[in-house]
Design a protein around this ligand. Structure first.
Ligand SMILES: *[C@@H]1O[C@H](CO)[C@@H](O)[C@H](O)[C@H]1NC(C)=O
Ligand SMILES: *[C@@H]1O[C@H](CO)[C@@H](O)[C@H](O)[C@H]1NC(C)=O
Ligand SMILES: *[C@@H]1O[C@H](CO)[C@@H](O)[C@H](O)[C@H]1NC(C)=O
Ligand SMILES: *[C@@H]1O[C@H](CO)[C@@H](O)[C@H](O)[C@H]1NC(C)=O
Ligand SMILES: *[C@@H]1O[C@H](CO)[C@@H](O)[C@H](O)[C@H]1NC(C)=O
Ligand SMILES: *[C@@H]1O[C@H](CO)[C@@H](O)[C@H](O)[C@H]1NC(C)=O
Ligand SMILES: *[C@@H]1O[C@H](CO)[C@@H](O)[C@H](O)[C@H]1NC(C)=O
Ligand SMILES: *[C@@H]1O[C@H](CO)[C@@H](O)[C@H](O)[C@H]1NC(C)=O
Ligand SMILES: *[C@@H]1O[C@H](CO)[C@@H](O)[C@H](O)[C@H]1NC(C)=O
Ligand SMILES: *[C@@H]1O[C@H](CO)[C@@H](O)[C@H](O)[C@H]1NC(C)=O
Ligand SMILES: *[C@@H]1O[C@H](CO)[C@@H](O)[C@H](O)[C@H]1NC(C)=O
Ligand SMILES: [Cu+2]
Length: 601
């Protein structure tokens, strides 16, 4: 009898566990202007729930996430769940005019999606204008079982690296756009704080308390708009255990290199004599010549237990020595040495058969300065532009539709599905001789996507070019993670470089920093119908047009098809003046739609 009772208790405990095991995690995001003080100045930022960085979201793999976003800011906004696969939920992905029209001021929208087949550190950020500068936060997917493929760390601490613009970032961006130039940040931040090297910032320094002998996991995110960053902690090593929410083989290093959009989970052991140690980050910049950049160093403090207010402690705080801003060998070693954890949680072997081969050039370009305007992009007083395969992407603003709505509803005139598989002109892509070749540097503007059959395997060679400036572009793919098969410098040579493909345990990422003056090869399985944005995660480059999208068709069954847009979204009845087939749409892409909706409700 006793045994039975025990057994029943055990079973009900198990039941309780399994019932609670797929939870629904709900959040309310109030997006609103807020005044905060940085570098002695009060500045207006847009923030979620009054917080910068924004609130952290914690889920377990398998959970459903519901986020009610209320836009109380003066700007259009959307939220993107960076790196979340959005399996069969493309409507919740978020990039403005790609999967939805923006949420206008005063409007609201509910993002609902399930988080499956992945765990680790990701993040969320605004995907409209430059608002992600301050509208971002950590999105942490805990293992469903509670178990990591390594001993559980004593504590897990998000470290969000960012860049700060001393002004209203939207105004700064609008000014930059007006003259065709770029914006440069004033300082970097660690968890929103610049650190003690700047005026009025002595008490704006992130502090992390540690206990000697314990192991900590830093869940690191580079949320900076425009900068690759080096990161170190004085006298401590790191063990990298995951990148972009995919586990890696343990990789021991004393330096982290992180491109905009990337995330990294690292362990570090507080194994040094008691004291205080700085953690610090500074820019990794490439380009010949290097573009204007923010050369400041942000820092925070790791404080061992008992050292706070220890007046008898005479030890000076240790400062790590960061590499020179252009230390490409250090960056390349870090970026290429990491491998995925073969056979680890959610790990899937690289598909060997490829259905679609693409070769895509990534370029900075020029665009003609509008008449009567004064532009600053060197050398001709034009505007900066950027392209993929010489197509400079334009968001379909003003058409009334996002690309996904147009795709699902068969609306013409929003985009075309003829993004080229290869560059239109073959040239010596990385030769400094072509940098200012006026025959090559102007790219046409267009809104083009590449159509993919459901579950096809796609391989893309990203080839940087030296046009304008040989830069490193952190290329981000929405909706999928991809295998990074190889990376190198110069022009990709298929016969030579195929031999270096890692088909065994390549890194699995959602953002790849394509080497400056070089290339990277990625492969992914297009098993998720929808429209998936592909873009450089350097914000300036994205806004200049270094973007395209994959349009993935439905699979053969309902369970392999994209469900219709969620029923609770605002609806719109079509106007006869537009070419389209069906009339239900999911947001307000045009002012007239908004008025329309108000009139009907
Ligand atoms: C959210 O927006 C809908 C219309 O899209 C509106 O009916 C509703 O009142 C709004 N909710 C709040 C709390 O503002
Ligand atoms: C931080 O420093 C500023 C002056 O730089 C001071 O006004 C403020 O009170 C300080 N805040 C805290 C919490 O110490
Ligand atoms: C860091 O790692 C290097 C190389 O593995 C090693 O030589 C060094 O002693 C380590 N330092 C610490 C503080 O663990
Ligand atoms: C950073 O750049 C500025 C000019 O933009 C220069 O005056 C300053 O010396 C530089 N600082 C460092 C540490 O290189
Ligand atoms: C350190 O000193 C400050 C100011 O005296 C005090 O507010 C704080 O609580 C102290 N911290 C610890 C950990 O004792
Ligand atoms: C304070 O620092 C001194 C000198 O480094 C050290 O001997 C002492 O143990 C520290 N006190 C505490 C409470 O950790
Ligand atoms: C690590 O990087 C170094 C320097 O780039 C390179 O020589 C070495 O082959 C790399 N090792 C692995 C395992 O990728
Ligand atoms: C989509 O529209 C095109 C013309 O724009 C038409 O030829 C085609 O049949 C339509 N397809 C569907 C599925 O409605
Ligand atoms: C891009 O297209 C424009 C317009 O067709 C052309 O003038 C230019 O040479 C092309 N550049 C490249 C790099 O393909
Ligand atoms: C996609 O294709 C792979 C083989 O390449 C197969 O293992 C997998 O089951 C397919 N997925 C779907 C959803 O059809
Ligand atoms: C905001 O969104 C509306 C509807 O999509 C659009 O008409 C308007 O141009 C957008 N405003 C800005 C400043 O982007
Ligand atoms: Cu870029």
């Amino acid at each position: 009898m006793k045994l039975l009772v025990l057994w029943l208790t055990w079973v009900s405990a198990l039941l309780a566990f399994s019932l609670s095991s797929a939870a629904t995690v709900k959040h309310v995001f109030n997006v609103q202007n807020k005044i905060i003080k940085r570098l002695c100045n009060e500045r207006v930022i847009v923030a979620v729930n009054g917080r910068y960085p924004g609130p952290r979201i914690d889920v377990r793999e398998g959970d459903t996430v519901i986020v009610h976003v209320f836009n109380k800011s003066p700007y259009n906004i959307t939220i993107h769940w960076h790196g979340v696969f959005q399996l069969f939920s493309a409507w919740a992905d978020g990039p403005e005019y790609i999967t939805q029209c923006p949420i206008g001021p005063g409007n609201n929208y509910t993002y609902k999606f399930k988080v499956t087949h992945q765990e680790g550190t990701l993040w969320w950020h605004a995907h409209a204008s430059v608002l992600r500068a301050t509208v971002h936060g950590a999105f942490i997917i805990h293992p469903h079982s509670g178990l990591f493929p390594f001993p559980k760390p004593y504590k897990q601490v998000p470290i969000i690296l960012g860049d700060w613009y001393d002004g209203n970032v939207v105004h700064i961006e609008n000014q930059a756009i007006a003259v065709g130039g770029l914006k440069v940040s004033d300082v970097f931040t660690i968890n929103g704080l610049p650190g003690d090297l700047f005026k009025c910032s002595q008490n704006q320094t992130f502090k992390m308390k540690v206990k000697q002998g314990k192991t900590y996991m830093l869940r690191m995110i580079n949320a900076a708009l425009n900068n690759n960053l080096f990161f170190k902690i004085a006298n401590h090593n790191f063990t990298v255990v995951a990148v972009d929410a995919a586990y890696t083989e343990n990789y021991v290093t004393d330096i982290i290199v992180i491109a905009p959009g990337q995330s990294i989970d690292v362990l570090f052991k507080a194994n040094q004599p008691k004291g205080s140690y700085y953690m610090a980050a500074s820019a990794y910049v490439v380009g010949q010549p290097p573009p204007l950049f923010d050369n400041t160093t942000t820092r925070a403090i790791v404080i061992y237990d008992g050292e706070i207010n220890n007046t008898s402690s005479s030890k000076p705080m240790m400062m790590p020595s960061l590499p020179l801003f252009n230390d490409t060998p250090t960056a390349h070693k870090f970026f290429t040495n990491i491998t995925s954890l073969e056979g680890g949680p959610h790990w899937v072997r690289v598909p060997l058969e490829v259905d679609e081969h693409m070769f895509i050039t990534l370029s900075i370009n020029l665009e003609k300065c509008p008449v009567h305007a004064t532009c600053v992009a060197p050398p001709l007083g034009q505007k900066f532009s950027a392209s993929m395969n010489n197509e400079s992407f334009v968001h379909p603003v003003g058409t009334g539709y996002s690309v996904l709505e147009a795709f699902v509803n068969n609306v013409s005139g929003v985009y075309t599905a003829d993004f080229p598989d290869n560059p239109p002109i073959v040239f010596d892509y990385t030769s400094p001789k072509i940098t200012l070749d006026l025959n090559l540097v102007f790219a046409p503007k267009s809104t083009k996507v590449k159509k993919l059959k459901f579950n096809s395997t796609v391989e893309v060679v990203f080839q940087n070019t030296a046009l304008m400036n040989a830069q490193s572009h952190p290329m981000h793919l929405h909706g999928f993670s991809f295998y990074v098969l190889a990376q190198g410098f110069g022009n990709f040579d298929s016969t030579r470089d195929k031999a270096t493909f890692n088909l065994v345990n390549p890194q699995i990422r959602n953002t790849i920093a394509v080497p400056s003056g070089g290339w990277a090869v990625i492969r992914f399985q297009a098993d998720n119908p929808g429209v998936w944005f592909v873009h450089c995660h350097v914000d300036d480059h994205m806004l200049w047009g270094l973007d395209m999208a994959f349009q993935v068709e439905n699979g053969p069954t309902p369970s392999t098809s994209l469900p219709p847009p969620p029923a609770d979204q605002p609806k719109y009845i079509s106007q006869s003046s537009r070419t389209k087939h069906s009339g239900t749409f999911t947001n307000n892409c045009l002012e007239e739609r908004k008025e329309d909706k108000v009139r009907r409700e």
